[in-house]
Design a protein. Structure first.
Length: 107
């Protein structure tokens, strides 16, 4: 009985560790015209470790990313004190993080 319970725990842990990362992928822009509102919730490629959001003067881009910061470092930037105000970025653990969720996304 103990072996069966241990095996089931091992399977559940392995299942969680091999779950595929999902992120929103696409582009949103409201101004200037034309409006762009193309994004999908997508399974990321093997090796991708986080989601990203990059907001520029040309709109906001969403996607999967491999070279992610550690969980102990700041996930969004740049620091407003740096004076750079025309770009913003965030790295997120998954698509549920509101920092990496497009406006109007349902999930």
């Amino acid at each position: 009985m103990f072996r069966l319970a241990s095996f089931l725990v091992l399977l559940s842990v392995l299942g969680l560790s091999f779950a595929q990362l999902k992120c929103y992928v696409g582009h949103q822009r409201w101004d200037p015209e034309p409006v762009i509102n193309t994004f999908d919730l997508t399974n990321c490629a093997r090796g991708d470790r986080c989601c990203y959001m990059l907001s520029t003067l040309n709109g906001t881009y969403y996607g999967c990313y491999r070279d992610c910061p550690s969980t102990t470092s700041h996930a969004c930037g740049p620091d407003p004190q740096s004076g750079i105000m025309d770009i913003t970025y965030c790295y997120c653990n998954n698509y549920r993080d509101s920092n990496c969720k497009p406006f109007g996304a349902l999930q």
